[in-house]
Ligand binder design. Structure first.
Ligand SMILES: [Zn+2]
Length: 201
């Protein structure tokens, strides 16, 4: 995009915390073709705001690289926006649900009760904290998030988490926040809530 940015894709391929693809044909969410998918996406954003507070408001549709479901862009140490892959979201609710459920069954994604909300919630979580954000609260929270990540990696008894969360600390954060909002609570989701509150993430 001709700018210094780093992105986080809620995708099915590893390495999404370093998205190098393009973001083109940006459009408003209302252009989403499937009504059920649009409704589920808007509800997921509202739910995030209700549970963890209003944060990133700039959520758009865009043409992204194939295989990338969504991307959160940080620029100059701040979150700039979230772009959802219009090709993926325009498949409609039925197809998106089926694909996310495959991610749960295969053990790739961290399980939630809201497959349609997964990608947008994951990207909203990247916007609240990721290792490229440079705000004072984000930096302070980062130390606690890193410590929690280490503890979580070493815990062989945790349940419900997918392999994708093991990619790096950014994906751990995004998937665990998604579990916090839409999944089964545990000591990690409780801690995530505390960190969000303490640092106003
Ligand atoms: Zn991600």
């Amino acid at each position: 995009m001709g700018r210094t940015s780093s992105g986080n894709r809620g995708g099915l391929q590893p390495g999404d915390s370093d998205y190098k693809g393009s973001i083109k044909n940006v459009e408003s969410l209302v252009k989403m073709k499937d009504a059920a998918m649009y409704k589920a996406t808007k509800e997921a954003i509202s739910r995030y705001h209700a549970v963890l507070g209003v944060r990133e408001r700039n959520v758009k549709l865009a043409t992204l690289s194939a295989g990338t479901l969504g991307v959160q862009v940080s620029s100059g140490g701040k979150s700039e926006g979230i772009y959802l892959n219009k090709k993926y979201f325009n498949q409609g609710a039925k197809a998106v649900k089926a694909q996310t459920n495959r991610g749960y069954t295969s053990g790739w994604h961290t399980k939630t009760n809201k497959p349609l909300a997964h990608t947008v919630t994951h990207e909203l979580a990247h916007a609240t904290w990721n290792s490229s954000l440079s705000g004072a609260n984000q930096k302070a929270a980062g130390k606690e998030i890193q410590a929690l990540y280490k503890k979580w990696v070493a815990d062989k008894k945790k349940t419900g988490y997918g392999k994708y969360a093991h990619t790096n600390v950014d994906e751990f954060w995004a998937e665990t926040v998604t579990k916090t909002v839409h999944g089964k609570s545990d000591k990690y989701t409780n801690r995530v809530k505390e960190i969000c509150k303490k640092y106003k993430l």
